[in-house]
Each structure stands twice: as structure tokens, then as C-alpha cells.
Design a protein around this ligand. Structure first.
Ligand code: MYA
Ligand code: FAD
Length: 675
């Protein structure tokens, strides 16, 4: 059916114009042929199972939605066990179920916290139970009064040597644990972060495994108050998650439930710190921030896939003498808004793959007691988490607008995607806090840059992602040699200006801070500038990792060529957007800025015939996309029409409430008009 301008075979036509091998691109996107195969198999398994249907999710009440989430989680687990899925397969299956729930925190934070901060003995005791779901765990760090400032948490764990126990207590209202996912209704256990007090001394924040609910009837244990913190932004969306509140009234736990890899409390109550750096307390957050960067590319690519396919179907204006109207994807404005987002999805995918490698490398080094790369892992995960999630949240909203009015319908999938995604800018570290840490809660990435500038001055060479700063002599005074628009296709030209911009912004901050009465005041006063310098540094990392990816062997006809175009678009759209930075730091001239923009226009035209195939390479099922606008077959209008009738409001022709509220009103108006 193709009434009213919607032509399903339009997408087949679009696919026919692709100038590259889509299967090859799928491999580049997924990371390997094996990854494509497993993802494809798991996505289809979920899509074909009626229990995992999600098309009416936004119409459920909170209670129905939560019960539906419990059902899906239990069914997913059943399938994982029945089919003996590997860890990789199980993770993908959960991903494609696509409904936030307690399992995310169980696998994503509870288990990693025990792995990272528990001793071998503790791991042996707790992990097998967690792996078999004999216990369900969450990560209870944030409190009503403090989230960003972890050192400010108030919950106490006071050691009582007479009983060999810790006493967990919530001394104030603001010390109530508040937000942990899975805590409200599902978890039986939590890793709780609390101030360790022994021999009358406060040793700061430590992790403890605490049982919260009975394993027999799920009721809260004595002294434990538990509940859900209430409805959240959007319909459906993150309301499937039971973010919870927890209070302790002198709850006792055995001493060996303190996570003791970093430090221990002896039977006598002596506090002993091991040689492991105390920052490893934050290790679970580093792990999750790394996964959040990978998730940014997933969320962004979903939104872009919907917007690109729909833009190829949607037609407006341009018809003369009854001829066909123009696909909105052909409008240059649509392309200049959409194609940088398409390029960003690929950029985040590749930087996410690199960050996973970095995290694995750091973890291996930590196991060998080499802690030297921990600051690099912290800075990269914090900075990339911040920049990619902020840009992705903005991009999903932009994709909604790119789909016009229909993008605002729940059936487009975009409102729910936005509502689920947007807290990523806040959880696992507020994005501003992660970029800026001043004095008490220090501005991390920026300070990392500042420290490096100081080191360069004293001759110590920076390494890793800040190695470019060692090239300070050149980067402080180089001028871009770009002379034609096509010169911007040279990755070296791009890299040089991004490096110079990031370094000059960091140095400017350093110089201005040194003029302040104290370093602390300088950091505080200049924190908005430090934030921008940190963003410039992180964008450089993303651009660099994309360029490095292109130096690899990328098989498949035309695949590398397309990625080269997307890499140029990613970098040049940033250059265009942040032109002020590049001009004010003297890295480029206004003419070179204009040449970059000229090239962008040409690149958009080259991407246009490949756009639909480039989003097909994400290999998403219609189930996972959850969008009538993004359907693979492009049969948008019948689907939109059909979907509307599923709304509970359409269950009756005359609405509930007519008799009480509409009829009397109408009758009264009728009487009044007769007066
Ligand atoms: C499959 C898996 C799926 C997973 C899906 C999950 C679902 C997701 C669902 C959503 C789930 C949401 C779940 C949730 O939301 S869980 C709750 C998440 N909460 C946060 O993220 C809180 C954010 N705050 C902080 O991280 C800290 O308080 C900061 C960093 C701000 C300050 O900190 P602090 O007050 O201590 O002050 P300091 O700055 O003096 O720092 C002292 C030193 O420590 C170093 N340092 C700091 N941090 C780290 C670090 N991380 N690794 C290594 N090192 C680190 C730092 O460089 C400094 O080093 P040096 O300069 O002295 O050398
Ligand atoms: C959906 C969701 C799920 C969550 N899940 C969990 C969970 O499972 N477990 C858990 O423990 N926690 C969880 N959290 C809590 C989350 O980690 C915190 O909300 C987050 O770390 C931000 O802290 P905050 O709420 O204290 O924000 P605040 O720090 O109060 O932020 C408020 C404002 O102050 C600004 N600000 C704060 N400090 C500074 C500073 N030093 N300089 C400049 N600006 C500053 C911020 O940028 C922000 O604009 C979750 C939160 C959400 C929304």
C-alpha cells in the first residue's frame, strides 16, 4: 500500500544507490564478522518472542509496566539458561529486550563492584549466588543529599568489635539512599557505600554488601526501610526501573561483608590500607562509564536510523505540474542537520571500541599491580562519557524534529528513546562534574590538562591521549596550511588544528589561573573556560580514534571510502560548530573556516545516495528500533494509521467522561445559546 506519497519500495530504490558493500560495513560497525552473527541471532531471537513485545509499552500504567519488566527479565533469564547462552550472547539478548530493569544494575554494577573491590574469598562466596540469580543486587551509592560529591555521603558503617559486626545506619533524612536502580522493589542485596568508622575514627567511604530483603518472602529485613522514589520523565521509558530509597536503622552485618580488596578492618577493629590505590573504590564507575560510551553510539544510531529512513520516505513541496514531491532527505538543510549525526554515530562506535580496549588493558595492568594508567582511564572514561552522552541526548531530540510532527508520536519511538536516554547525562556522574572538578569536587578532565601543561614546562613528557601536548613548541605557533576545500580531506591537516585548538585552550586557562590570587580561586573563576578546554580535548580524542580506525585494514568494496567521508564530516562539522575556538586561538583563518564549510556541503551530497544503506549497516531489527517511522520496509503510513487505533482512548467511540463532563457542558452551551 502506498497511498498519499508514502512509497515502501522507495527504500529499495535508496538501497540500490549505495556505493559500498553493506555487509562489509556491518562488520566494521560490529567489530568482527562473529560480532555481526551473534548480534543478528540474538536480535532475531528477541524479536520473534511474543513475551518481548514492546509496542504498547507506553500505554501501560506504572504498575503494569513494572510487572511487565519483571516478566521480561525472568523470561530472558529462562531463555538464557534453556539455550545455554554464552555471556556475550546473554548480554546481547538483554540489550535487545530493550527495557531498563533491575538486571542492568545487577550485572552492570553489583557484580562488577564485587569483582573489583572484593577479595578473592568474597568473590568466591558472593559471585556464584549472583551468577545464578539466587540473589539480586544493586549499587547503592547516591543519597538524597549527595550524589556528585561522593566524599559527602552520610550513611555510616560503624564497627562493633564486641560482635565482630558493622552497624549500618542512616543518621539523617539526607543520608537516605536515593536513586539506585533495582533497589525500590527487586533487589535482595546491595553494595552500599558508607563512611567506615572504627576505633572512633571516620575512614571515609567504603563499600559493604548488605542483605535488604528476605530470601523467603521478599519483605524488608528488620531495620531496613525500602521503597520506590516515584514516577520519572516520559511515558514508559525509565519508569520500568524501580529506582529506590533505602534507610538503615542500626542494621548489623558481619565484618566480612565489607569489601576488603582496598582496605581491611581486623577482628580487633584496626584499619589497614593495602597498597592498592584508594581511587579503585571508584573502579565500578570507571567500568560503567566505559559501557555508557558504547551505549551512546547505540542510542544515537537508533535515532539516526529512524530519521534517515523516514526522511527518505517523507515528501514535501517541490511538485510542479503534478510531478513527484521532494523527499525531505534531499533538502540541504535536512542533510546538514542529519548527516553530522550519522557521522557521530560511527565516531562514537569506534571511540567506544577503543575505550573498551583501553579499559581491558588498564584492568590487566591493575591485576599485575601496575596502577600507572589509572588516571588515563579515569580521564578518558569521564570525559568521553560526558561529551558523547550530552551530544547523543541533543541528537535524539534533533532526530525527533527531523521527523516533523510524526516524530512527536510515541509510535515513532523517539520520545521514549529520548526519555530513556537523557538521564545518561546525569547518572554515573553529572556531565559537568565529570568535565570540571574544582577544589572539593575537582574538575577532573580540565585539571588533568592543567597538570600536563605544568609537566611539559618542567620537561616531563605526557603519554597516552595527552601525548600531543608534548608537541607544545609546534602546536602553540603552527598555522594551518589548508589552501583549498579539498585540503581538509587530509587527516593530518584536521588532526593538527584539533590538537592546536585543544592545547591552546588549555594553556590559556593555565595562564589565566596563574594570574589569580590562588590556584583554587583561579580554578573556580575559570571553570567555564576549563570546561570548554576539556570538551576540545575530548573531541580531539574522538577525531583521532576515528582517523586511527581508518588506518586499519577495512575489508569490503567502498566501505573505507564511506568511512573516510564520515570521518571528515564528523571533524569538519565540529570545526564549523566551534569555529569561534579555532579562530580565537589562531589555529585557522576565517577563509580556512569557510573552506571547511564548503567541503562539508560537497561531502553531504556524496553521502546522500548512501545514507539509507549506512543506517542499514547498524543491522537493527524493527523490534529493536520500535518505530513505525524507521521500519525497514518503509511502509510508514499504514503503520502509523494502524498504530493510532491501538491507543486505549480509541477503545470506545464515545469517550469515558462524556456523560459526566462533556454532555452537561454541551447541553448547557446549547441552552445558553438559545437564551
Ligand atoms: C553490560 C553492562 C551494562 C551496564 C549498564 C548499566 C546501566 C546504567 C544504568 C544507570 C546506572 C547509574 C548508576 C549511578 O549513577 S551510580 C552513582 C554514580 N555517581 C557518580 O558518578 C558520582 C560522581 N562523582 C565522582 O565520581 C567523584 O566524587 C568525583 C570524581 C567527582 C570527585 O572525587 P573525590 O571527591 O574523591 O575528589 P578528587 O577529585 O579529589 O579525587 C581524588 C583523586 O581520585 C581521582 N579519581 C576520582 N575519580 C576517579 C575514578 N573514577 N577513577 C580513578 N581515579 C579517580 C582523582 O583524579 C584524584 O586523583 P589525584 O589527583 O589525587 O591523583
Ligand atoms: C535515572 C537515574 C539512575 C540512577 N541510578 C543510580 C544507581 O543505580 N545508583 C546510584 O548510586 N545512583 C544512581 N543515580 C544517581 C546519579 O548517579 C546522580 O544523580 C548523579 O551522580 C548526579 O548527582 P546529583 O544528583 O547529586 O547532582 P548534583 O551534583 O546535585 O547536580 C546538580 C547541579 O549542580 C551542578 N554541580 C554539582 N557539583 C558541581 C561542581 N562541583 N561544579 C559545578 N557544578 C556542579 C551539576 O552540574 C548540576 O547542574 C541515578 C540517577 C538517575 C537520574
Amino acid at each position: 500500500m502506498a497511498d498519499g506519497g508514502g512509497e515502501p519500495d522507495q527504500l529499495a530504490g535508496e538501497r540500490a544507490t549505495a556505493q559500498f558493500d553493506v555487509d562489509g560495513m556491518k562488520v566494521a560497525w560490529a567489530g568482527s564478522r562473529h560480532a555481526v552473527e551473534v548480534a543478528d541471532r540474538m536480535a532475531r531471537l528477541v524479536a520473534s518472542d511474543p513475551v518481548f513485545r514492546k509496542d504498547t509499552r507506553t500505554m501501560l500504567s506504572r504498575k503494569e509496566l513494572f510487572k511487565d519488566t519483571l516478566k521480561k527479565a525472568a523470561h530472558a533469564w529462562k531463555r538464557i539458561v534453556e539455550l545455554r547462552l554464552t555471556e556475550e550472547e546473554a548480554n546481547l539478548l538483554r540489550l535487545y529486550v530493550d527495557q531498563p530493569g533491575y538486571v542492568d544494575l545487577h550485572w552492570g554494577m553489583f557484580v562488577p563492584a564485587i569483582k573489583g573491590q572484593g577479595t578473592e574469598e568474597q568473590q568466591k562466596k558472593w559471585l556464584p549466588m549472583a551468577y545464578k540469580f539466587q540473589i539480586i543486587g544493586c549499587y547503592a551509592q547516591t543519597e538524597l543529599g549527595h550524589g556528585s560529591n561522593v566524599q559527602g555521603l552520610e550513611t555510616t558503617a560503624t564497627f562493633d568489635p564486641s560482635a565482630d559486626e558493622f552497624v549500618m545506619h542512616s543518621p539523617t533524612l539526607t543520608s537516605s539512599k536515593w536513586w539506585p536502580g533495582g533497589l525500590g522493589k527487586a533487589s535482595t542485596h546491595a553494595v552500599v557505600y558508607a563512611r567506615l568508622i572504627t576505633e572512633g575514627k571516620d575512614y571515609g567511604i567504603h563499600g559493604f554488601i548488605v542483605q535488604l530483603r528476605s530470601l523467603d518472602d521478599h519483605s524488608p529485613l528488620p531495620g531496613v526501610t525500602l521503597g520506590d522514589i516515584g514516577g520519572k520523565f516520559g511515558s514508559g521509558a525509565y519508569n520500568s526501573m524501580d529506582n529506590g530509597v533505602l534507610r538503615f536503622d542500626h542494621v548489623r552485618i558481619p565484618r566480612d561483608q565489607m569489601l576488603m580488596r582496598l582496605s581491611q578492618v581486623t577482628r580487633e577493629g584496626k584499619y589497614v590500607h593495602s597498597d592498592v590505590p584508594k581511587q579503585l573504590l571508584y573502579g565500578t564507575m570507571v567500568y560503567v562509564r566505559q559501557t555508557i560510551v558504547a551505549d551512546a553510539s547505540k542510542a544515537l544510531s537508533r535515532a539516526v536510523c529512524i530519521a534517515v529512513r523516514y526522511s527518505a520516505i517523507r515528501k514535501q513541496f517541490g511538485s510542479q505540474d503534478g510531478g513527484p514531491e521532494t523527499q525531505v532527505l534531499n533538502y540541504k538543510t535536512q542533510q546538514s542537520r542529519l548527516f553530522p549525526l550519522l557521522a557521530s554515530a560511527y565516531a562514537y562506535r569506534f571511540v567506544g571500541q577503543w575505550l573498551k580496549w583501553l579499559y581491558t588493558d588498564v584492568t590487566q595492568k591493575l591485576e599485575a599491580k601496575d596502577y600507572s594508567t589509572l588516571p588515563e582511564a579515569h580521564a578518558c572514561t569521564a570525559g568521553l562519557k560526558s561529551v558523547t552522552t550530552s551530544a547523543t541526548a541533543d541528537a535524539i531530540e534533533e532526530c525527533r524534529k527531523l521527523c516533523g510532527g510524526h516524530g512527536y508520536l510515541n509510535s515513532s519511538g523517539l520520545p521514549e528513546l529520548f526519555a530513556v536516554y537523557v538521564p545518561a547525562c546525569t547518572y554515573e556522574g553529572d556531565n559537568v562534574v565529570l568535565l570540571l572538578q574544582v577544589s572539593v569536587v575537582l574538575h577532573l578532565v580540565a585539571r588533568f590538562l592543567m597538570k600536563t601543561v605544568a609537566q611539559v614546562a618542567t620537561g616531563k613528557q605526557p603519554v597516552g591521549t595527552i601525548a600531543y601536548m608534548g608537541n607544545i613548541q609546534h602546536l602553540m605557533q603552527c598555522k594551518s596550511a589548508v589552501n583549498t576545500a579539498e585540503d581538509w580531506l587530509n587527516p593530518a591537516a584536521i588532526k593538527e588544528v584539533f590538537e592546536a585548538r585543544a592545547l591552546r585552550m588549555a594553556v590559556n586557562c593555565a595562564q589565566n589561573i596563574s594570574k589569580a590570587p590562588s590556584q583554587e580561586e583561579g580554578f573556580s573563576e575559570l571553570s567555564p573556560d576549563l570546561l570548554e578546554a576539556a570538551v576540545a580535548h575530548v573531541q580531539l580524542i574522538i577525531v583521532t580514534k576515528f582517523i586511527e580506525k581508518l588506518q586499519e585494514d577495512i575489508p569490503g568494496p567502498g566501505v573505507k571510502e564511506q568511512l573516510q567521508k564520515l570521518c571528515s564530516i564528523y571533524a569538519l562539522h565540529l570545526l564549523h560548530k566551534h569555529l569561534g575556538d579555532f579562530l580565537s586561538t589562531g589555529c585557522i583563518t576565517a577563509r580556512q573556516g569557510a573552506l571547511a564549510n564548503e567541503l562539508l556541503g560537497k561531502l553531504y551530497a556524496q553521502v546522500r545516495p548512501n545514507a539509507v544503506a549506512l543506517v542499514d549497516a547498524f543491522d537493527y531489527t524493527d523490534h529493536y528500533l520500535g518505530s513505525v517511522l524507521g521500519r525497514y520496509d518503509g511502509d510508514v503510513y499504514p503503520a502509523l494509521y494502524e498504530e493510532a487505533w491501538k491507543d486505549p482512548l480509541n477503545e470506545t467511540v464515545v469517550p469515558d467522561g462524556y456523560q459526566e463532563h462533556l454532555r452537561p457542558l454541551l447541553k448547557q452551551q446549547l441552552k445558553l445559546s438559545r437564551l
